[in-house]
Design a protein around this ligand. Structure first.
Ligand code: SAH
Length: 348
């Protein structure tokens, strides 16, 4: 390993406090350094101008700062921008900026690759390489936001953890990342504008319910039929629908936050009227909303998008039954930036 120093952005404020104490430096330095790191997003100790040269040297001797950087950008015809972020010299994750009428949504990654292997998802065809650090999660938000301000003259309004990886399997870092996004030490954005999307890791949903979360939860359901969900999503074999439902009811009771269900319509797989009824039944006792998502093509997946008529019938049945449902049209498909298409294996 070339760089064996610990990344200063992977330590807690308390640990930094102990560091300064051990080196007999004044305690007010902690907040100053913290502000440089998280509020000003400074990536070089030399830029910490109110820290003495001696202390900057001390920090440099003990710590590194290893940020994620933009490698390339791709712009889609609909205004969507895909970011390839590089980390560790040769690892890549992706993020997306999605401009809508009154929103600018940043879609960010939580892991390099993914361990879940959902059959219809391009990221699922990769292996899990590693978790992103809280700093790398935060970097994506900051970089997409900087781009948004430059191009659209506006900050991002929403953040969704719907890029590569499963946020609840890297929960500690995701939570710390959210802390920096929402805290006044960092970006100071409202947690109400953040959505964490999960395949449905039951144990973690129950854990989050206990934590008084300040963010929203989305659940990739995609089928309310046990065997069908087993077929398309491995996770269902260990976290089945009954357990998932129980965890989500508990989540709502505890937090009063309405989860959103994501449901990708796959032709001939989960798009029948019977499937729609099962979906309604599943959601019945969980105050929630449903996002129907158009399937985006993924090479070698074998799945196809439901046709317009079937999609329409599915949507109508839900609407007729007073379910809060929206059809999410695909965004950024031409540049491989749409849901489930993030899977770059690009060599640098
Ligand atoms: N692991 C988390 C975060 C990824 S979010 C999760 O599964 O929720 C990405 C969203 O896009 C998920 O709802 C996922 O199921 C959905 N998705 C995956 N592949 C897709 C595809 N080919 N077309 C449309 N949506 C897809």
């Amino acid at each position: 390993m070339k760089n064996s120093k610990k990344d200063i952005r992977c330590i807690t404020k308390e640990e930094l406090g102990r560091f300064f104490q051990d080196h007999k430096r004044p305690s007010f330095r902690v907040q100053q350094v913290w502000d440089w790191l998280w509020r000003h997003h400074v990536l070089d100790f030399n830029q910490m101008t109110n820290i003495s040269t001696v202390e900057r040297k001390l920090l440099k001797e003990h710590f590194s700062i290893t940020p994620l950087r933009i490698h390339t950008l791709k712009k889609g015809a609909d205004g969507t921008v895909k970011f390839l972020f590089v980390l560790d010299k040769d690892k890549i994750v992706e993020g997306v900026l999605i401009p809508q009428l009154n929103r600018l949504t940043a879609c960010i990654s939580s892991q390099v690759g993914c361990s879940l292997a959902c059959k219809f998802c391009a990221t699922g065809q990769l292996k899990l390489y590693r978790n992103l650090t809280a700093g790398e999660i935060y970097d994506q938000v900051v970089l997409i936001n900087q781009y948004s301000i430059k191009k659209f003259k506006k900050s991002i309004t929403n953040i969704v953890f719907m890029g590569m990886g499963e946020p609840l399997l890297n929960f500690k870092n995701v939570l710390t990342g959210i802390h920096y996004i929402t805290n006044s030490d960092g970006m100071g954005m409202s947690g109400k504008r953040i959505t964490v999307s999960t395949v449905g890791v039951v144990k973690m949903i129950r854990k989050i319910a206990e934590l008084n979360p300040n963010f929203n939860l989305a659940v990739s359901l995609h089928s309310a039929h046990e065997q069908k969900r087993n077929q398309i999503m491995e996770i269902n074999k260990t976290n089945n629908l009954k357990e998932l439902k129980g965890a989500l009811q508990y989540f709502y009771e505890k937090t009063k936050i309405k989860p959103t269900f994501e449901y990708v319509l796959l032709k001939g797989v989960n798009d029948s009227q019977e499937d729609a009824k099962l979906l309604m039944d599943f959601c019945k006792n969980i105050p929630s909303k449903i996002n129907l998502i158009e399937y985006n093509s993924v090479p070698n997946s074998g799945y196809e998008k439901s046709d317009v008529k079937t999609t329409d019938r599915f949507l109508k049945l839900l609407t007729k039954n007073n379910i809060l449902v929206k059809l999410r049209r695909s965004r950024g498909e031409d540049i491989g930036a749409a849901c489930g298409q993030l899977a770059t294996q690009q060599k640098l």
